[in-house]
Write a protein that binds this ligand. Structure first.
Ligand code: AMP
Length: 231
C-alpha cells in the first residue's frame, strides 16, 4: 500500500506517520527530512535546495520529484511507503502518479489532516523535535518529562530553523493557497481520507484507520478491520 499523508506544518503528520508505519508496516519517505539531510551533508541537491528551504519557499519540482522517486526506488519495499510532505503541488502529484504507473504501482489513499491556522500557529511556536529520531514534542500540550530531552531516546530537542514566526506564516500561506488543492485532486480519484486533525493523536489515528477501512485499502494488511468501525 502506498499512502500519502498531507496537512499543513504542525498538523501532526510526523506523529501519525510513525503510528501508521508501525501498524501497516510501511516505510517512511518524508521530503522535508530528505532535504534537511541533503542540506546538512552539503550535497549538490542540498546546496541547490538550501536557499528555498531557508526562505520557507517550496523547493522547485525538478529537484524534489527526482529525490523522492529515487528514495522510493531505494526503499524498494513491497509492502509500500508512506509519503509525508510530498506531493505538495498538483504538478508533483501528477508526476508521482505517472511514474508509479510506469512501475505498475499506484497511490492507494491520500490522508488530509485538517487543522485551523490559529491552532497550527500555536502548535508550531511550541514544537520541539528530537535529534535522534525526529520525535515531536510540544512544550505546552505534550511536554517531555525532562525539559529539552526526548523521553524515548534521551536525545536533545531542538526547534527547526524554519519554525520562526515569520517563516511559519509564509509556509502556512503556501500550504493554504497551493498544497490544499490536493484535496480536490485526490477526492476526484476517490482516494481522499479527510480527517479532523484537532483531536488527541490517538483519536486522529483511529479516524485515519476507520477512513482507510471505508476506502477499502486495508485488505491484506495486518490491521484488524473491526477496530476501524468500532468507534
Ligand atoms: P517539511 O519538513 O515537510 O515541513 O518541509 C520543510 C521544507 O522543505 C519546506 O518548507 C520546503 O522548503 C521543502 N520541501 C519539503 N517537501 C517539499 C516538496 N514536496 N516540494 C517542495 N518543497 C518541499
Amino acid at each position: 500500500m502506498n499512502l500519502i499523508l498531507f496537512g499543513a506544518q504542525g498538523s501532526g503528520k510526523g506523529t501519525q506517520s510513525q503510528l501508521l508505519q508501525e501498524r501497516l508496516r510501511l516505510k517512511p519517505c518524508a521530503s522535508g527530512d530528505l532535504l534537511r539531510e541533503a542540506i546538512s551533508k552539503g550535497t549538490p541537491l542540498g546546496q541547490a535546495a538550501k536557499p528555498y528551504y531557508d526562505r520557507g519557499d517550496l523547493v522547485p519540482d525538478e529537484l524534489v520529484i527526482g529525490m523522492i522517486l529515487e528514495q522510493m526506488r531505494e526503499l524498494g519495499d513491497r509492502n509500500g511507503v508512506i509519503l509525508d510532505g510530498f506531493p505538495r503541488t498538483i504538478a508533483q502529484a501528477r508526476q508521482l502518479d505517472a511514474s508509479l504507473a510506469r512501475q505498475g504501482q499506484r497511490i492507494d489513499a491520500a490522508v488530509y489532516l485538517e487543522v485551523p491556522r490559529e491552532v497550527l500557529l500555536d502548535r508550531l511556536a511550541h514544537r520541539y523535535i528530537c535529534r535522534a529520531a525526529g520525535h515531536v514534542w510540544n512544550t505546552k500540550t505534550h511536554p517531555p518529562r525532562v525539559e529539552g530531552v526526548c523521553d524515548f531516546d534521551g536525545s536533545e530537542l531542538y526547534q527547526r530553523s524554519d519554525d520562526t514566526a515569520e517563516k511559519i506564516a509564509h509556509r502556512l500561506d503556501i500550504f493554504f493557497s497551493e498544497t490544499i488543492r490536493l484535496t480536490d485532486f485526490y477526492a476526484a480519484q476517490g482516494k481522499l481520507a479527510h480527517i479532523d486533525g484537532t483531536s488527541e493523536p490517538e483519536t486522529v489515528y483511529a479516524h485515519i484507520l476507520a477512513s482507510l477501512g471505508q476506502l477499502g485499502v486495508l485488505e491484506g494488511t495486518s490491521y484488524p478491520r473491526q477496530q476501524a468501525s468500532g468507534q
